[in-house]
Design a protein around this ligand. Sequence first.
Ligand code: ATP
Ligand code: MG
Length: 390
Amino acid sequence: MKKLIMVKYAELTTKKDNRSFFINTLEKNIKKALENYNIEIKKDYFRMFIIPSEDDINEVLNILKNIFGIHALSLCYFTTDKSLDNIYELSKCVIKENTTFKVETNRSDKTFEIKSMELSRLVGSYLLKNVNNLKVDVHNPVVTVNIEVRKEGVYVYGLDIKGKGGYPTGTLGKALLMLSGGIDSIVAGYQMMKRGVTLDFVYFESLPHTSLEARQKVIDLAKVLKKYGNTGKLYIVPFTKIQESIYKDLDNTYMITIMRRMMYRIAERLIKRKKINAIVNGESVGQVASQTLTSMKVVNNVTNYPILRPLSSFDKLEIIEIAKQIGTYDISILPYEDCCTIFVPPHPVINPDLTHAIKEEEKFDFSLIDDAVKNIFIIDLNKEETSDLL
Ligand code: ATP
Ligand code: MG
């Protein structure tokens, strides 16, 4: 008898022609996540089997629970011995006492002499006699004992363990996440990864108003996403001069609006160069003054690239809950401030006017943007090595 992990694909059913690409990417992501384990993988159009060594099975299961593109996982028992006694034994392995169940059989090996309905009935009565306090419930059972009789042997599996769902990371292109050290943006990145998108990160830094600890926080946050299969680059933009100039020379109530327009201008320059298709941020409608619909409209106006805001409809408490689940919350609440919190005006405009923003920007020296882009440097999150953009 062999213990395997059965992986059921999420949402891939809708991807007719691309299906193999999605399945192959999922396999690649699984292999990468399990590179320290000795595993064998078998896959077909409908599901995948992961065969680890017996000792590793729980650890491997826990890693698989974090991989996007998996709808559900089941512990599955496989045997080449198709005797009825053996099938009984295996079905006992996939069910515990005190529960409701039904048995479903799929017999693709037509040389197997017992028909599906009959085998389900036999296994059902065997389990009722041999496991305490079971009840059959054909409509809504807690456990479905699945038996598949195939040419190569018999597979038996029971309860589904919920997977993360979504698409395999890397199947739907790359986006640039505007990553601050706060709670929201990293959660926004995680949500996009769930839709198959890989991420690079950009952090606008205002040394010495912000600290190196704040930078480290951003690095640590970005690294958490490795667990979910993301290994992108972090671009650090020296933003001090831009921010100081906005602070000193422009209408204070428009400081955040204009600062964000500058951020998008730089992000756009970056993604054009790196052939990335979209920008992601952690905005949520109404959370702060710069996150009203009018603000978003005025800020968006500087770029034609899609700006994805996966948290736009989330409450803060919902965001915090995800941050805790994915392991970013404790890093995010460390006290080091990012650049936005330092230059917060007392009365930021809630409904900015585009014409006024453009007028104010006439006082701004746009060569500061060129300088900032020139001085962007890259941190490779795998090696913690730093290099220049050019
Ligand atoms: P967060 O918790 O993600 O910091 P926030 O609620 O503090 O978000 P803002 O400060 O208004 O909101 O920022 C909105 C979004 O802009 C952030 O979610 C993030 O995507 C982006 N952003 C803000 N500051 C920076 C920064 N210094 N570098 C990169 N992106 C930033
Ligand atoms: Mg913030």
